[in-house]
Write a protein that binds this ligand. Sequence first.
Ligand code: PLP
Length: 487
Amino acid sequence: MDSITPGTRPARALTRRRGTAYIRLHYKTLRFPARQDDQQHRTMLAEAQTVLHTWCRQSEWAAPTITGGRGAHLFTDDGRSILDMSSLAECSNLGHQHPQVIEAIRAQAAKLCFVTSAWGAEPRARLAELLLEKSDLSGGRVFFTLGGADANEHAVKFARQAAARPAGWVITRDRSYHGASYAAMALSGDSRTAQQVDAAAYRVIHVPPPYAYRCPFKTRSAEDCGTAAAARIAATMDSQGAQQFAAVLMEPNAGTNGIVAPENFWPAVRELTRTRGVYLIADEVMSGFGRCGEWFAWQRYGRENAPDMMSLAKGLTGAHAPLGAVVVAAPVARLLEEQALLTGLTYSGHPLSCAAGVAAIESYQREGLIERSRALGATLLRALQELQAQHTIIGDVRGGHGLFAVVELVRNRDTREPLAPWPQLHPGLRRLLKEALDAGVSFAARGNLILLAPPLVIAERELADALNLLGRLLGPLAQTLRTEDSS
Ligand code: PLP
């Protein structure tokens, strides 16, 4: 994810000389007694110099320090309030610093911080029960992980074990993102990491996505694109024999690739995997917990289109604590029942994270946030379509089943020429993000896409203000492109 934030100049290094500590800044050296101010000291040792940050060149990382948050807002150490239009990494679905989740973590910490999964833990049992209930997969089981990547890895492990196909192939999509561990990179069809891993060595095959706006199958309608993309999955299996395959792993709705599958795609994939005896794994890491207007995005297609497994993370705790999960449906759970599960994670089902998960689910429910996301998602989509009517730079608007929508920007609406080759960020769009941030709103963009995924608690007024700002900033961006094109 590329996002732009104005930076503070970082401190360089900490040195000590005869009881005195020095922090060398780019411009000057601060001097103060070492022991007394150790605490202050640490906060002054700038993160830009000490931490390896994700998805960026280290020398370019320059972001403000976030010191707190409330609802859809984040607070910076220089006293600013920023409206978060992406729920950070599409994970803070409940908003920032949700009081009930914080209280649940506090209460659990006072009682029991940790016990391995060799022992029982109350919040773990309760969370598993809630997940099976919300997904309507009763009789199933839940395996807890630390995040989304290891949830996807374990889902694949379980599929291969339950199918008794230890080397079974897994089909995923080009342009998908399933995490950054090695196996998750292999599962991902992500050009940023493709060079780091040999997907075939992990027995993963990528197929073209149902990207209707730029359909790889050159179809004329979204429905035809969905049909063609599903048919390719079937053909891929049939060409080698379906018994060679363990699973198809896909996002039922969008991911950060901004592809929202046509309505007929998921049911078609469910049908073709069922008839061929291959498991279907829904990667709900991003799309779950109300993001797409349902507890889990596949539920839009009804119980008959339930996956065999789903992987979860992000909204599972509303990002208040790290946690992922694989939910396996009853038939898979039965197959695994008498087999040794030769896998594990020290922190599997960590009580603090599970307590956060229980409080998160109770909060989604108590506050009606799934329904709220569905209603506000429709408002969001309508507002974006109005912007599209005013700005030819908007080629496509999609999503809006919940508070997740994608704006695809183009140089020319007729030719659909992108602003920059995927996944590059055009400098004009980079500037737009910075100007929005200066105005107090954080938008996320990737390639030519602006991804709108605010916390589900965002106030309607805040949402409207953010979209008005976006509208105001699109005019100058379009002007930049016109100047570029004419020079
Ligand atoms: N799957 C999807 C759809 C995601 O969007 C992500 C993260 O963005 C992941 C998996 C990986 O999750 P994590 O970063 O928790 O490993």
